[in-house]
Design a protein around this ligand. Structure first.
Ligand code: NG1
Ligand code: ZN
Length: 532
């Protein structure tokens, strides 16, 4: 039975404020850090119950608000294979978080019954947090939730979102044939750095890379990784002020670069023409590359450019390994992918478009033998299906060239964090491809030219009236709006525009692209005018 007295005792220390409503969305619970205490306590209990439901498998909890301002915080659960929480439980999370203090025990009891949770099972939870000042208190609330129900907790400390995902998968595969890696932060660094060293060995010296850590947890983590990488990758860290109040994600980081399409001011004067730099976001799961060209212009290498670079490389390797018809490589994008990237990729391999949100991309990528997925904002990874991993391990190459390509593919399996987008793993992946292709940032950028584009937020009275189809590329409601958008888009050379309600903010987003910058802007504002 539920230890109701203990739970009640602990719950009294983490009361829910009556006027607050919480919702577990695409990014978990996310709001001002100071109002999340009761949520973290309840998430502790929920994570333990999820673990019991899955026969004592370890569940992950990450406390972060990613690229949001420093005063925000949030929490997400990680399922046993390192993946995001199953959709049905997102609703359970919302229900539990919103129960009043008086109802809480009853709602909990009811839930245990309907979800058929065997309380005698063990429960294990591994948790981490980013560098936000509210994190420490929230971890304490989470621990109280775990203690209230008698769960076994493991503290991963201040770490990145992708490391928590890695740990969950490593813990749950320990001792099995599918062992993912040593279940520790050192295990993560060792696995990745070893694969990286093998992949770049014998290549030309890699030129210096500047890494903007967004004044977040990427700073200590990349610093530790540089100790494992040694001379193989010369890195200069910037924006590492994790203890400076207000610095996190402020005028820096992957989201700043993507949305402003400009250099973080702190990097001005640091970069030589053509030198590569990249930005992480606040929890190190997004990555943006960029450089300053000879004329002094800023050039951005976003998630689409990373997908193009990486997918083409993997297709080449599969062909060189003699596996062209046995291993099907595909790419998954969203409607926000630049049209030029979709064109470039479609000419080389199958490309699928899915609705916004990492879980949609992840699931679609699982349908390929090797699935490359990236959101334009820099979140993404590469998935190798279990049968492909086995094939790569057992395939008998017939030439030395095939053998080399096969070895590279097997090392990529080790290098890439396949649980979730991982800025550090993705950065090493990009560096490997550049080293193999002997590409500078300039050559990488010239794979294709981005179509100028514009993303606009529109505040509307009720965003729920906006409904979409065809992977969010077309509006079905309000009736009559879609033909008008298409009619406008047709007037511009290379014009494309779509409208969808945001899943994370109370706005409608308008995206447009066209061959000319001025036309992309004009199209966006005219479509925004239709929406408002
Ligand atoms: P919404 O608010 O639904 O557009 C945003 C990002 C997504 C994804 C989620 C989750 C854009 C246009 N949208 O979603 O790519 O990252 O947040 O954080 O960047
Ligand atoms: Zn993030």
């Amino acid at each position: 039975a539920l230890p109701v007295d203990t739970i009640a005792e602990y719950a009294a220390r983490h009361p829910k404020a009556p006027h607050l409503h919480f919702s577990y969305g695409t990014a978990g619970f996310r709001t001002l850090g100071v109002v999340l205490d009761s949520v973290l306590f309840r998430v502790g209990i929920l994570a333990a119950l999820r673990s019991k439901r899955l026969d004592g498998k370890t569940i992950g909890v990450m406390i972060t608000a990613s690229h949001n301002p420093e005063e925000d915080n949030g929490v997400k659960l990680v399922d046993p294979r390192g993946e995001m929480l199953e959709a049905a439980w997102e609703n359970h999370a919302t229900t539990l978080a919103n129960a009043s203090n008086e109802e809480f025990l009853d709602v909990l009891r009811q839930f245990v019954q309907t979800a058929r949770i065997d309380l005698s099972k063990p429960s294990r939870v591994v948790y981490g947090r980013d560098t936000r000042p509210t994190g420490e208190g929230l971890v304490q609330a989470l621990r109280d939730g775990l203690a209230a129900i008698g769960a076994e907790g493991r503290d991963a400390g201040i770490t990145t979102t992708p490391i928590v995902h890695y740990l969950v998968k490593a813990i749950n595969t320990k001792g099995t044939k599918q062992e993912y890696g040593e279940d520790s932060e050192e295990g993560y660094f060792e696995k990745m750095s070893e694969a990286f060293r093998k992949l770049v060995s014998g290549r030309a010296r890699i030129p210096q890379l500047i890494v903007d850590c967004a004044n977040g947890v990427g700073a200590p983590i990349v610093k530790k990784m540089t100790e494992y990488l040694g001379e193989t990758l010369p890195i200069v860290l910037v924006n590492t002020a994790i203890d400076t109040p207000g610095a996190l994600n402020h005028n820096c980081g992957a989201d700043f670069v993507k949305t402003r399409q400009t250099l973080p001011p702190s990097l001005h004067g640091m970069m030589k023409p053509g030198q590569r730099a990249c930005s992480f976001d606040g929890d190190a799961d997004r990555l943006m590359y960029y450089f300053i060209d000879e004329r002094g212009y800023f050039a951005m290498l976003d998630g689409d450019k990373i997908a193009a670079l990486v997918a083409a490389f993997i297709v080449d390797l599969a062909r060189l390994a003699g596996l062209a018809d046995k291993v099907k490589v595909g790419v998954v994008q969203t409607a926000y992918a630049n049209g030029a990237s979709t064109k470039y990729l479609s000419e080389r391999l199958p490309v699928r478009c899915v609705p916004t949100g990492v879980k949609h991309l992840h699931h679609a990528a699982e349908q390929f033998d090797i699935g490359v997925y990236f959101e334009a904002n820099g979140h993404g990874t590469v998935l190798f299906s279990p049968s492909t991993i086995e094939r790569l391990e057992t395939h008998e190459p017939s030439t030395p060239a095939q053998s080399t390509a096969l070895k590279h593919l097997n090392n990529l399996v080790q290098l890439i964090n396949q649980t979730v987008g991982d800025a550090l793993s993705d950065m090493l992946l990009v560096e490997v491809v550049l080293a193999h292709k002997a590409y500078s940032a300039i050559e990488w950028n010239s794979l294709y030219s981005d179509l100028p584009n514009r993303l606009v937020k529109v505040y509307v009275p009720n965003r729920n009236v906006f409904k979409t189809e065809d992977a969010e590329r077309r509006l079905v409601s309000p009736a009559g709006l879609q033909p008008k958008i298409e009619e406008l888009a047709r007037r511009y050379d290379g014009g494309r525009s779509f409208v969808r309600p945001s899943g994370t903010e109370d706005v409608v987003r308008v995206y447009s692209e066209a061959v000319l910058r001025s036309q992309a802007d004009e199209l966006a504002f005219r479509v925004a005018g239709l929406v408002y």
